[in-house]
Design a protein around this ligand. Structure first.
Ligand SMILES: *Cc1c(COP(=O)(O)O)cnc(C)c1O
Length: 463
């Protein structure tokens, strides 16, 4: 990512030490379509609209802060992934990115499968009518109760993550008189993050069973001999916000190598491989994500080639995009409360939300963009830091971004690409009320997750 100190223009830029900003765009009123949901645009009056509705109207009706999700964009992205991979592969939406009953129904209608990793996510999926066989159950420490329930309802697969779990799932399935389809999650020694990947990463992480040292081969050996489980394949997930397909290439090669070893040792060709998720999206104009069809072609080619050279039939591939489906479809709408110009230092713009609705900046040093959306402005760009209202100085929403210098309290600003890992990681810090998620489509807006109320807080606090 190219980050350069801004040459001239906004005051204070020269004293910023971190350099997490680029030059201001030529026109702050222009919305980069890469980072905004598809139906977002600015109308002739200068207000931004989504699904044909002005954000000013949305703020009046639903309040701020709030997440607005472009339903037609979400559905289009589901279809793009499903079409790109075709009937010979499976796309599992990673529910942890953002899950609600409406989302489950959209996924079901658009032909996607669903990854869950907790009893709560499983309940949401089943309640909204996702057929159990289209659900995969993940996690490095599923409880006995979760495993029992998953097997009882008949989930399509459980992804086994440890030696103990292989035995545990086998025992529970036998007790329930079932044979559960499972995959084994392996760590391939590849670590991918954004623009870099490391092919020789340490397996020092809590997920999966290492290929290194024959651990994964041993896991396969055990899984093949135990009753109650049917080993259908190998699973690998190498990171998040990945743009470089080279990480998947190394990972696929190593997984296929394991399939070849399994065939040589056991005479069994495992029919499936899952290459995980982690495909990157554009949070800022600097990010250039690939289209699903390019990703599908690249992954398909890699797996086909590796299998050919190992003399294996090509297994059925699955992928698990979370962020790449829901991330770009939503933005968070905030109202500006205060603006502080710290002479010679920085300008802080405080909004009515913060780390309770978007923890990613504080947690991962994530980059976001921001725009004034309630009106047009032709004022000079001003370099700002957008912060929340929480009692924590690390409560940053957007580290460095340009907003017009006539920004004033009461203006609405929006942070795009907050569909993934924002509402799902939201907290009640400072007893904040978690914002609603409002789905917008064809001129209609409806709440799919309502705003939390003070009553909700008190209901949990039983005195
Ligand atoms: C988190 C996760 C995903 C989804 O990751 P994204 O970055 O949202 O695409 C997919 N598979 C597994 C196993 C995961 O843990």
């Amino acid at each position: 990512m190219s980050r350069s100190a801004h040459p001239a223009g906004p005051r204070h830029a020269d004293v910023l030490t971190e350099g997490h900003y680029t030059a201001p765009p030529a026109d702050l009123n222009v919305l980069d379509e890469k980072v905004w949901a598809r139906t977002v645009s600015r109308n002739d009056d200068g207000a931004v609209t989504v699904g044909g509705i002005e954000v000013t109207r949305l703020a009046e009706e639903f309040g701020t802060p709030a997440y607005f999700l472009d339903e037609s964009d979400f559905r289009a992205r589901c279809r793009a992934w499903a079409d790109a991979f075709g009937p010979g592969a499976d796309v599992f939406y990673a529910g942890k990115a953002f899950l609600s009953r409406a989302v489950v129904r959209w996924l079901k209608e658009e032909g996607l499968n669903l990854d869950v990793c907790s009893g709560g996510e499983l309940t949401t999926a089943l309640d909204a009518g996702m057929p159990a066989e289209r659900i995969a159950f993940h996690g490095n420490n599923k409880t006995v109760a979760e495993i029992e329930r998953a097997i009882h309802v008949g989930v399509g697969r459980i992804v086994l993550d440890s030696f103990q779990e292989i035995v545990r799932v086998s025992h529970i399935a036998q007790r329930l008189g079932k044979r559960q389809r499972v995959q084994i999650r392996v760590t391939v020694g590849v670590e991918a993050h954004t623009h870099e990947f490391i092919a020789t990463a340490h397996e020092d992480q809590k997920f999966g069973i290492a290929l290194a040292g024959g651990q994964a081969a041993e896991a396969v050996r055990r899984a093949l001999t135990l009753d109650g489980i049917e080993l259908i394949g190998i699973h690998s997930h190498i990171g998040s916000q990945i743009f470089d397909m080279a990480g998947f290439e190394v990972s696929a090669r190593r997984v296929v190598q394991l399939l070849a070893e399994v065939r040589d040792e056991h005479g069994v060709e495992l029919p499936e491989i899952d290459l995980g998720g982690g495909l990157g999206i554009a949070y800022t104009s600097d990010d250039d994500p690939r289209e699903p069809h390019e990703i599908a072609k690249a992954l398909g080619d890699i797996v086909t080639r590796e299998c050919e050279s190992a003399g294996l039939a090509t297994p059925r591939i699955s992928v698990e995009p979370g962020r790449a489906i829901v991330g770009p479809t939503a933005f968070t709408l905030y109202e500006v409360g205060t603006i502080k110009h710290l002479e010679g230092l920085r300008t802080y713009v405080s909004v009515d939300g913060g780390m309770s609705d978007n923890i990613r900046t504080a947690l991962y040093d994530a980059e976001y963009s921001v725009a004034l959306v309630s009106r047009r402005s032709d004022a000079e760009p001003m370099l700002v830091r957008v912060v929340g209202k929480h009692c924590e100085s690390g409560d940053i929403v957007v580290k460095d971004a340009f907003l017009p210098s006539d920004l004033a309290p009461g203006d609405l600003i929006a942070v795009p690409a907050t569909g993934a890992y924002c509402r799902s990681m939201a907290s009640n810090y400072n007893h904040a009320l978690r914002p609603p998620v409002v789905a917008v489509r064809d001129g209609e807006a409806r709440v799919i997750v309502r705003r939390e109320t003070e009553e909700d807080l008190l209901r949990l606090d039983v005195g």
